[in-house]
Design a binder for this molecule. Sequence first.
Ligand code: MIC
Ligand code: SF4
Length: 647
Amino acid sequence: MGDNITRKILRAHLVDGRMVPGEEIGIKVDEILIQDITGTAAMMHFEAMQLGRVRCRVACVYGDHNVLQVSEENTEDHVYLSTAARKYGIWWAKPGAGIGHQIHQEHFACPGDTALGADSHTPHIGGMGVFAMGAGGLDVAVAMGGGPYYLHMPAVVRVHLTGRLPAWSTAKDVILEMLRRLGASGGFGKVFEYVGPGVRTLNVQQRITICNMGAELGATTSLFPSDDITRDYMRRIGRERDWREVSADPDAGYDDSMEVDLGAIEPLVALPSNPDNVVPVAQAEGVKIDQVMVGSCTNGSYMDLRAVAEIVRGRRVHPDVTFFVHPSSRLDLEELAREGLLTEMIAAGVNVEAATCGACIGVGHVPAKGMKSLRAINRNFKGRSGQKDDEVYLSSSEVAAASAVAGVITDPRKLGIPAPAQQEPSRLPQDNPSLVPPAPEPEAARLEVARGENIVPIPVKGPLAESLRGEVLIALGDDISTDHIMPAGSQILRYRSNIPKLAEYVFNRVDPEFARRARARGGGFIVGGSNYGQGSSREHAAIAPMYLGVVGVIAKAFARIHLANLINWGIVPMTFADPADHERVSQGDLLEIPDVRRQIDAGAEQLTVRNVSRGTTFAVKVALNRRERDYLLAGGKLAYTKAHPIH
Ligand code: MIC
Ligand code: SF4
């Protein structure tokens, strides 16, 4: 039996373990991405390892999330990152250059490589045949230093694509359809590998849209082959020399398979407030909307904005609607300007904003209470827009633009105009004035890293205690995202490099009293439902609770990256052996896990929790390997790595 793409790439990068689904493997990482709100912590971890220059093929830090420099703390973060990048051998993409994933696609991604990013949408470049994953900053820092990235060998799902997308159905609708079928945790422990005749009907940007939003399935990553279509794209953007063919063997085996007929895909919408709450656009038609956004790493490219321009050409944005677009790359915007398409958007009343994540992460365009937003982006978790009771719908750029003109959610097939071509730019200059290369070594040695007052060393936890005892500080239901745990938005993002201040905002939009209560009780436990910690890779959703004294999280199931982050920061992740016990624990209950240190060290897979308040006990599972147990015992991966440095 031949190999699929996942196995080929992983085999070529394997440094530890066996490629058996579920078993842990260590791989070498070629490409690294960090950004301005996870990157400050990742950079500090990297500095703490005292390795000098990065030891991977290419690394870039993107100033893309908190771009407006709305406060001095925000600007200090950018100054720190740009000076550290030059010194340590890392590219720096200036604020406004665009969203990291798109810039990485355009300048650095090489088919057949492995990539690790301190951002959950790193699988974006899977659309070019790169095996790319999101991870917490500490894991990324280790890979920057040339250390292996550890993951559980994923099961590989063959997604067999047939047919061709009908007019007005887009790549965004393909991934929404995957979410409709599989749900937000349907990709846990899996790689989705897209194969079949339908692959050849999709251009690189469409493939990328599908892989990018595979993050919302909770997948390890998603992958397309790198073929002559990829080669043609790389030629047009001036990077044919980086092209390599990446394909599965004709007789490749897979762990599972599914069929998607592209011809049967129709325009879809995700209703508030989870990306898997997907229905055909007909079921949302007529909903009056106040705001429309097209942008983010999923929908901000030339292809999407070109479609917007074609739809709004000669029309006007509805008087009751604010329509804003965030391009995902300034180079793409430059091409749209050259071709007059930018003018079409401006003339129709579209606000063309900076090339940044922007409103996708709650920076700008925060809806007022009661407003409805339709956004061609990837996430609509409650509160993520900056309004705690928000109602955000997700769609393709085409549905969004048509709706912005109509003032209500609209099926674009009813516009009576030809569907926009899904077209990529015919060229893109590689000479990007917003990309700053690292300093050459002799000069780098003399450079000083600028550390403003807001760049505060990351706190580390002490070794795991003999026993754990504390109150349940909060008890939550299913699908709690890291946006619920550690919210974003420009008010809060400026403290990403200042954990003591950031910690004040933990669960702020769910329960504003959380931080005060956690401090008053001297820490305790969090109780969650299934898919706990879905969404972003932000390790701050573990570091800040750890700083407040959270010692354990008990949930029905965890999302992949958050689970790794909890372990990395010394918080014990436990799952209910009987999920029904979730209902038998409430906020305020006093819990005790005696003799936990010895049991974790001895390899126990189940622990007994005493609910002191109720006089009951219940069992929890701790599915941890030896390495993860050692991290927990040491007080987290940073503490462990200090004791066992990479050489
Ligand atoms: C997101 O989309 O939530 C973010 C902001 O890009 C995060 C990264 C972060 O919180 O720093 C992600 O997806 O990992
Ligand atoms: Fe930025 Fe949004 Fe993409 Fe996250 S999902 S990288 S915030 S554009």
